[in-house]
Design a binder for this molecule. Structure first.
Ligand SMILES: [Zn+2]
Length: 262
């Protein structure tokens, strides 16, 4: 039976942890005590199809992909040039909404900056997975995973709960299902044994929305990769590309400092 919106809300509410642990100084240990929020059928079949069609277009030569040595795990950066948000604004707003709700429910500061660090399309084929049970999405606040395909075996999403690797495959199984969790919560993925496991991964952070073609490591100021990429691509207006990569708050501060010097 198809899950209803009420089911999604109820499951998200029951998944809120009893203690607010999410602070700027959250650690993998504190974050791992918070619950995964599951939203069955958060996205419709049409929305999933849109994401998959969009991902299939993200194949430009300068588009960085991350590939495992044997190509069993291929990651494409859909946030390059902020394309994911610009092309799918309603889907993006829905996903940011559940991420922000989780952030606040776990004690996060609602006035804190909360922007898209990276949107990734993962395709994992037999032999691939994410095997380190200690893995966390370091540097991010909240991660949203959306299932995009049911045609695979293995590949269960797991988190460490009191040291036990607990599967969420019962709620993160069908296209459109989403799991939302604090990025520092330890999580991993079982080996895929058949088919292709396609998942959308969004990470939100206390940094500017990024449009660089990778998982950005710079929560402040300009990203070298964005600027470097603009130069390599022979961007028509390097100045615009350079300033477009800057954090607007830093630019304002710099302008204010210049004005004070007058
Ligand atoms: Zn970057």
């Amino acid at each position: 039976m198809a899950p209803t919106a009420v089911d999604s809300v109820a499951s998200a509410k029951t998944a809120v942890s009893t203690q607010p642990l999410h602070r700027r100084n959250a650690t993998p240990t504190t974050a791992s005590k918070t619950a995964v929020a599951a939203h069955r059928g958060l996205l419709s079949a049409a929305e999933v199809a849109e994401i998959r069609a969009f991902a299939a277009t993200q194949t430009r030569p300068e588009q960085i992909q991350s590939r495992s040595h044997d190509d069993t795990r291929i990651v494409t950066y859909l946030s390059y040039e902020r394309a994911f948000r610009r092309r799918l604004p309603e889907t993006y707003a829905k996903l940011r909404g559940v991420a922000l709700a989780k952030h606040v429910a776990e004690g996060g500061d609602a006035s804190q900056r909360f922007e898209l660090r990276v949107a990734e399309h993962h395709v994992v084929t037999p032999g691939g997975g994410l095997f380190d049970p200690q893995h966390v999405d370091a540097g991010s606040l909240v991660t949203v995973d959306v299932m995009l395909d049911a045609a695979f075996e293995g590949g269960a999403f797991r988190t460490l709960e009191d040291g036990a690797a607990v599967s969420h495959a019962d709620v993160f199984r069908d296209p459109g299902d989403a799991v939302v969790f604090l990025s520092l919560k330890r999580h991993h993925v079982d080996r895929v044994t058949a088919g292709a496991r396609r998942v959308l991964v969004l990470e939100f952070w206390d940094g500017p929305e990024r449009g660089c073609p990778h998982r950005c490591e710079r929560p402040r100021g300009a990203c070298d990769v964005a600027v470097h990429d603009a130069v390599l691509a022979g961007a028509g207006d390097f100045g615009a590309a350079f300033f477009g990569a800057l954090d607007p708050a830093l630019v304002r501060d710099a302008m204010a400092a210049l004005e004070r010097d007058d």
